[in-house]
Design a protein around this ligand. Structure first.
Ligand code: 13P
Length: 252
């Protein structure tokens, strides 16, 4: 049985005070959700320390949204994986489409970030996904395959075991348009097949999350699919009740 994961990517939203309130509300409501669901919250860097104080010992894990490609030194404005990990943070989102699109992150950058994450015991949540033109041209399979081959295939088997993958079609992010459950299942199964070609049966244990306008109303159908192991939630993660309701969506 694979783990069920519901992760919240807060993106560049909330002040630290608001973020602590949101984390407290998630902690307070967690008891109403099956203990089989693993929640992760990913606030901005400035909130990590305070959010950790709220979540420590509650079973809710914390992730960062990014980390530097270098270990330390003269890289003004960057935040290292070591700094993040020192707070007790367990996860880091890498390769989000917004980072690829607006900050020019390439597979070369992401390989370095992966290395930093693993060197500091952070488990990456590695995002893949095609844009609308690629989907319309029927290229979504080859796009996600390349994103996986160029980065994930460089991992050792031990590193791969800690990796979470998030499939996030760019056309569904923040647009209100969701992939259908069938579209999600089709590509999640394909991603697992690509992973299996390199890592064998270990790929059967890889958590593959869906992201892109996931919300309480569509999560039950998405999560009912065999290869959809949970969600990476943007907008709906900013409302504690919605985030928790998404956690209640698992029927399997
Ligand atoms: P939305 O849920 O707001 O579409 O964002 C999805 C996402 O990008 C999560 O990383």
């Amino acid at each position: 049985m694979r783990k069920k994961v519901v992760a919240g990517n807060w993106k560049m939203n909330t002040t630290p005070v608001e973020g602590v309130e949101l984390a407290k509300a998630v902690v307070a409501g967690k008891g109403s959700v099956c203990s089989c669901v693993n929640f992760i919250v990913c606030p901005p860097f400035t909130h990590l320390s305070e959010v950790m104080k709220v979540t420590r010992g509650t079973g809710i894990a914390v992730g960062a949204q990014n980390c530097a490609a270098e270990a330390k030194g003269a890289y003004t404005g960057e935040v290292s994986a070591a700094m993040i990990a020192s707070l007790g943070v367990e996860y880091v989102i890498l390769g989000h489409s917004e980072r690829r699109q607006y900050y020019g992150e390439t597979s070369a950058t992401l390989n370095k970030k992966m290395e930093q994450a693993f060197a500091n015991n952070l488990a990456p949540i590695y995002c893949v996904g095609e844009n609308l033109a690629e989907r319309e041209a029927g290229k979504h399979f080859e796009v996600v395959k390349a994103q996986i081959e160029e980065v994930v295939f460089n991992l050792t088997a031990a590193q791969f075991e800690k990796l979470i993958i998030a499939y996030e079609p760019v056309w569904a992010i923040g647009t209100g348009k969701t992939a259908t459950a069938e579209q999600a299942q089709e590509i999640h199964a394909y991603i697992r097949e690509v992973l299996r070609s390199k890592f064998g049966a270990k790929a059967d244990d890889t958590v593959i999350l869906y992201g892109g306008s996931a919300k309480p109303s569509n999560a039950p159908e998405l999560f009912s699919k065999p290869d959809v192991d949970g969600g990476l939630i943007g907008g709906a993660a900013l409302v504690a009740d919605d985030f928790l309701a998404i956690g209640k969506s698992f029927s399997k």
